[in-house]
Every structure is written in C-alpha cells, then in structure tokens.
Design a protein around this ligand. Structure first.
Ligand SMILES: O=C(O)C(=O)C[C@]1(C(=O)O)C=C[C@@H](O)C=C1
Length: 315
C-alpha cells in the first residue's frame, strides 16, 4: 500500500522572487513548497490568517535599521499568529542597471526604504545627489527597472543574485554603509504546538504597560531580570489609540517549556494589562543558554517541592 502524499506547504513572503526575504524562505521551505509572493508584510501575514498560506516569511529586525515596524505591528493587528522559526540573511546590495547604463547616467535609484537607509552614504559619496524612488521591496524595484518602458529611475539596489535573475547588470557589488549587515527573518504560522525546546531558544512577546503608573516599565523588566533572562531585543511601538501610549515588543532568551519563562509570563500577566505570546522557537545563532544559578527547571522544581512540603505541614 502506498503512503498518502502530503500536500505541499504554501509559503507567502515579501515578494517578488529575488528579495532578501525570498533567500530566507529558501532556508526553511521544503523544495516542493508553493511560493506565494505578497506585495507587503501585512498581506503576507493576512494570507496565513485567511488560510491561503500555511506560513509567511517576513523580515523582523535589521542590524542597521532596527525592528521592522510593518512586521512588529502586523503580527498583532488581527487574529493570533505564532513565530515558528527565525532565519538570518547577510545583507549586501548590488547597484543594478539595464545593460549599457553608466554610473554617470544615474539620477534616481529605486529600492526598499530599509535598503536605501543602509546604502545612502555609499551612494552619496560615489554618485553624488541621487533621488530615492521607494519600492515595495528590493526585487520589486529591480523588476520594474527590467520590465517597465519608462521606470522613472536608472538603477536599483537589490541582492546580488537578483541582478541576473532580472536580466540586469551590476555596476557595483557590496554596496553598503555598514559592511557585515544582517537581517533577521521569521517564519509565521497559526497558533499551535511550539517548536521543540532546543536549549538555544527565543520567546517573542508584546507587552502593554499599565497606563500612567510610575515605575511600570521597571516592574515589567524586573519580571525578566529576577529570573536571569536576557532580552535580545526590546522596542516600543505606539498602541495607536492616543499619544504617549506604547506597547513593548520583546525577544527573551528561553522557551515556553522553561520554568523561568513560565514564571515570567505569570508575573507579566499579574502586572501588565495585556501580554501577547508570539511564539517560542530555536534561535538562529544556535548559542545555548546557560541559566543563571537558581533559575534552572530543577531549581524551580526544588522550590515547588519545598512549598508543597510546607502546605502539607511537613516543614
Ligand atoms: O526588499 C527586500 O528584499 C526585503 O526582503 C526586505 C528588507 C527589509 O525589510 O529590511 C530585507 C532586508 C534588507 O534589509 C532590505 C529590505
């Protein structure tokens, strides 16, 4: 009897094919996956929420520009989603042109705003004053340059591999203000069982602080520090209902199965009006977490047994 064939997984991503996001997708999507390019991050996530895609791959953090606001906001703007994996992609840009274009012909360059932010110094120094024409992604700018009769710009900044893919030529590779830049991407699906604990994990949360309460931020942070938990990212995002109201987007080292992370979640739930759990997943660096003395699962278990003895009158 032949085994029933699993349907291929469907991956939405910030498209078109040739974006840095696409390179991240290739790290996790099985070869027979169905690839669904989306115009922007909210659309890629919407396709998961609607059931048209099993997973979305989107950028979340850039080593030069910081958090990707479109992703941080869209993750919690709608029904619940969970991060299943993270991927790192080294970022270097090529200056792509149509065959025959020379450096001195370039008056305007199209690319994603994050890409422009990472290259504008390099461009200003070597090309002088050049206009940035925003594109929905690096590959989208390169595609328009290759395919449009009058794109309105003479060059695009895109991943080196995308130059050839779009039938363009590179006038320069390794375009960057900060060589060594890296962007972090996430694979997002519907809530379900967590990926297994590896000992090198991250947990992403969105935490809202009580309104107008002195010391609220410190109380929130104490939940982590008391359990020896390192935060690899913390940034504030406006809640949007009025001026001065913020939620904190946080990556904490550890997994939902770790006792110390559970204790943090209980603590946050006690002191914060809203705590959104966005998933525990293996960290791309693979660096194992060494719990601070007194914060391992065994330490928590011993503490619980101590209290149980007291409750049972066996002190
Ligand atoms: O436009 C792309 O190629 C993307 O995948 C998006 C994105 C980003 O949002 O930061 C990804 C990596 C680079 O930093 C520039 C752009």
């Amino acid at each position: 009897m032949s085994a029933t064939k699993q349907a291929p997984l469907r991956f939405s991503f910030l498209g078109p094919a040739g974006t840095f996001t696409y390179a991240a997708l290739k790290q996790v999507a099985p070869p027979d996956s169905i690839e669904i390019p989306a115009l922007d991050v909210p659309m890629a996530l919407r396709l998961v929420r609607s059931g048209e895609a099993d997973y979305a791959v989107v950028p979340i953090e850039n080593s030069v520009e910081g958090g990707v606001n479109a992703t941080l906001d869209a993750l919690t703007d709608g029904s619940a989603l969970q991060i299943k994996a993270e991927m790192l992609v080294p970022i270097a840009f090529s200056l792509a042109v149509r065959p025959g274009t020379r450096r001195e012909d370039i008056r305007a360059i199209s690319t994603h705003s994050h890409a422009w932010a990472q290259c504008r110094g390099w461009i200003a120094e070597r090309l002088g004053p050049v206009v940035h024409v925003p594109a929905t992604s690096t590959a989208a700018g390169a595609k328009t340059l290759a395919e449009s009769d009058s794109p309105g710009f003479e060059a695009a900044l895109c991943p080196p591999a995308t130059v050839k893919l779009m039938g363009l030529e590179s006038l320069s590779d390794d375009v960057a203000d900060n060589p060594g830049a890296v962007t972090r991407f996430i694979m997002v699906g519907l809530p379900g069982p967590q990926p297994e604990r590896t000992g090198a994990d991250k947990t992403t949360l969105l935490v809202q602080l009580p309104h107008d309460e002195a010391g609220a931020l410190l109380s929130m942070l104490e939940q982590f520090s008391a359990r020896g938990i390192n935060l690899s990212r913390i940034e504030s995002r406006p809640i949007g209902d009025s001026l001065g109201r913020y939620a904190f987007s946080i990556d904490a080292e550890g997994h939902l199965c770790d006792e110390r992370i559970q204790a943090v979640l209980i603590g946050l739930h006690r002191v914060c009006p809203q705590v959104v759990f966005l998933g525990s997943y293996p960290s791309a660096s693979g660096e194992r977490i060494r719990p601070r003395p007194g914060t391992s699962d065994a330490d928590f278990q011993a503490g619980r047994e101590f209290v149980e003895r007291l409750l049972a009158g066996r002190a």
